[in-house]
Every structure is written in C-alpha cells, then in structure tokens.
Design a protein around this ligand. Structure first.
Ligand SMILES: NC(=O)c1ccc[n+]([C@@H]2O[C@H](COP(=O)([O-])OP(=O)(O)OC[C@H]3O[C@@H](n4cnc5c(N)ncnc54)[C@H](O)[C@@H]3O)[C@@H](O)[C@H]2O)c1
Ligand SMILES: CC(C)(O)[C@@H](O)C(=O)O
Ligand SMILES: [Mg+2]
Ligand SMILES: [Mg+2]
Length: 354
C-alpha cells in the first residue's frame, strides 16, 4: 500500500497502479455481483462494473420507477434483472444499495439469501454500526465489506465515463473467507474509484453523516440562505443577491479552490477581498464550531440515524422529500437562481440547466 503524507500525517492509500483493473477482474472472475437497489449509487456502480467486464446482475423492486430505469439501462428481466430476493439468491457478492432505511426493512429477506462464503457489501457504515437500530447483524460465515464513494452516484458514473474517477473509502468489518480485503479492493477499483482510502465502518459513517449535514449540503444551503436573505433585507435585488452568494461561487471561485486550494482562490481575488475574507473567516468559524460539535454528537448518539429510519420508512417518504425539494426550488432565491443559470451563455435556448 502506498504511504502518502497528508499535511504532515502519513496515511495508507491504495492506487490503481498497485491494484489495476486487470487484477480486479482476476479476483472477481468467479463472482456474481448482485447490485441490490437501483436508486443513485446502484446504477453508477452496476454500470461501471458491467463496463469493466464484471459479471453483474441487478435486484430491484418490480413495478417501480427504478425497475423501469434499470430496463432502460440495458438490464434484462429474468437474465440480469431480478427481484431483490432473486438477485440476492443468485449473487456471491451482495451489494446492499437500497436506501439506508430500506436496508432495515429488507434485511430479513436478504439475510435469508446469504450463503456461506458470500460477501455482504455496503457503501455506508450505517446498517452495521447502528445495528441496534437496523437489526443488521451478518452471519459469521460471510465477509462484511464496504466501498463508500465520496461523491454522488451521478458523479461516480459521469467521472467514470470521462475517464477520471471518484475517491472511495473502504473497510473490512468481517473477514470470514480470508479473501475479504482483496474482494473489497477489487470491487472498489471495479466500481470506478480513483484512489481507495482505508477506514472503519464507524469512522466512515460518523464522518459521512457529519459532512453531508454540514459543509457539503446542510451548512452550504443554510449559510447561502442566510447571506441571500441579508442582502435582500437591505434592498438588493434577487439577481444581485443570488449572483453574490451562489453564481460567482459555482462559476468561478470554487473552481479555483478545486484546482489549487483555498489560498490560490484567495490569491486570485483582490487584495481588498483577501483582507476582509481572511479576517471574517475566523468569525464564521467561531460562530459555526458549536453547531458542528452539536451535529457530530447527534450523529454519535444515533439521533441522526433514528430520524432517517423513522422518516424514510414511511410509505410516502419520497413524496415528502420531493415536496421539501420543490419548496426549496420554488423559493425566491432558487427561482432567481434558475433564471441566472439560464442566462449563462452555454444555456441559451435550453429549457433548464440540467
Ligand atoms: N446517493 C449517493 O450518491 C450515495 C453516495 C455514497 C453512499 N451512498 C449509500 O449508498 C446506499 C444507497 O443509497 P442511494 O442514495 O443509492 O439509495 P436510494 O435512496 O436512491 O435508494 C435506492 C433504492 O432503494 C430502493 N428501496 C428503498 N426502500 C426500499 C424497500 N423498503 N424495499 C425495497 N427497495 C427499497 C429504492 O427503490 C431505490 O431504487 C446507502 O447506503 C447510501 O447511504 C449513497
Ligand atoms: C453524496 C454523499 C452526500 O456524499 C453521500 O454521503 C450520500 O449520502 O448521498
Ligand atoms: Mg451519505
Ligand atoms: Mg458521502
């Protein structure tokens, strides 16, 4: 395993050079990989593996939107597309990629399909770490492994198609066969990971739940709304408030951060902006640090997973989520954003920016 120094801390990383696709194909040559669930991660991982020459089948609820999507993607009912239970029976690696709440609901069915020597694969530590809430306790004679892509499934597929990749973390929770690590690494490469970072199920789920509720999604939306509302309350127009909060970030500044780091983005802004931002960043860090601590504790205490299981086990959970997303989309701020996006030269004449 390569040793890489991250800001003074040496960590292990598995690269594609040391674990090339040919090795992954060799490790997986006798496996049937059953991707259970065809929501966001399911399609990305299943299609990438299929394109990488792995023997993949898909399991999904029949008569569902996701089943129809799987058919459109070329999975053939009765040949490579089955009910969850049938796919689980046929697979030797079961990639448990139904939603986290769905994993709790379907676990009794999936558990009954596991054979000695199978691998039970997750893309999140949720089901195993919060077993007291999910009831997911694997039999001792199966491998329990994880590859968790650090990005949306949409990007896992898009990056694979453009020849790049998404970094993933990986972990082995239970090695029943003695092959758990090589299976995990092979699957990690086969699903299109660029680099694989070792972790534990617990560290993955604690950091993942914090990150998405925090800077990646929750804090991002919240802090943007706060700035937009402040500008609007002082008489700035919707377009001015949106441009100064979101559009400039996504079209210019965050791209510079991605290319070369935060100081690089700062260095490419005026010295006026640098002076003020260098000062105000401390104020924002101090104001939000207690919120991040509260969030982390809520993750560790199991409150976040409890809320997810309760809400997303309701029969109409998807409709409820969609209602809240529509409210966000139709708010003045994001309605203004849709218009701002349509004015980008590359979007002239298009119906929407998607
Ligand atoms: N969405 C992502 O990009 C992403 C990224 C990293 C990790 N993950 C993890 O990957 C796993 C899958 O996440 P996802 O976002 O693709 O899931 P999702 O919410 O899109 O759901 C996936 C599928 O689960 C099915 N499903 C839900 N409840 C079910 C039930 N009770 N019975 C049968 N099927 C049911 C749905 O039909 C859907 O096709 C989760 O563990 C998640 O935390 C997701
Ligand atoms: C894509 C994310 C946010 O990284 C993932 O963790 C998820 O739950 O969808
Ligand atoms: Mg997550
Ligand atoms: Mg994540």
């Amino acid at each position: 395993m390569a040793k890489i120094n991250f800001g003074g801390v040496e960590e292990d990383v598995v690269t594609r050079e040391e674990f090339p696709l040919s090795k992954a194909q060799e490790v997986l040559k006798d496996e049937v990989v059953a991707v259970l669930g065809y929501g966001v991660q399911g399609p990305a991982q299943a299609l990438n593996m299929r394109d990488n020459g792995i023997n993949v089948i898909v399991g999904q609820r029949e008569n569902s939107h996701s089943w129809d999507k799987a058919v459109k993607d070329g999975w053939v009912p009765g040949k490579t597309l089955f009910s969850l239970e049938e796919a689980a029976k046929r697979g030797t690696v079961l990639q448990f990629l139904v939603s986290d709440a769905g994993q709790k609901m379907t676990w009794p069915t999936i558990k009954a399909c596991l054979k000695p020597g199978d691998a039970l694969y997750f893309s999140h530590g949720f089901g195993i770490v919060y077993a007291d809430q999910t009831g997911i306790v694997a039999p001792a004679d199966v491998d329990v492994i994880m590859v968790a892509p650090k990005g949306s499934g949409t990007s896992v597929r898009a990056n694979f198609l453009d020849g790049s990749g998404i970094n993933s973390s990986y972990a082995v929770y239970q090695d029943a066969t003695g092959r758990a690590t090589e299976r995990t690494l092979a699957l990690g490469i086969a699903v299109g990971s660029g680099y694989l970072f070792p972790t534990t199920f617990q560290n993955e789920v604690f950091s993942d739940l914090t990150g998405e509720r925090g800077v990646l999604m929750g804090a991002l939306a919240g802090i943007m709304e706060a700035q937009y509302n402040t500008l609007r309350s002082h008489g700035h127009s919707p377009s001015e408030a949106f441009n100064e909060t979101v559009e400039e970030l996504t079209q210019s500044l965050i791209r510079l951060v991605s290319q070369n780091g935060m100081d690089w983005m700062y260095a490419n802004c005026s010295t006026t902006a640098q002076r003020g931002a260098l000062d105000w960043r401390h104020e924002f860090r101090k104001a939000t640090a207690p919120v991040f601590e509260k969030l982390y504790q809520s993750v560790v205490d199991g409150e976040e997973t409890r809320i997810v299981i309760e809400a997303n086990s309701a029969p109409d959970y998807k409709a409820k989520l969609n209602t809240e997303l529509s409210e966000m989309r139709e708010s003045e701020m994001w309605a203004a954003g849709a218009v701002v996006r349509s004015l980008r030269p590359e979007n002239w004449g298009k119906e929407d920016g998607k």
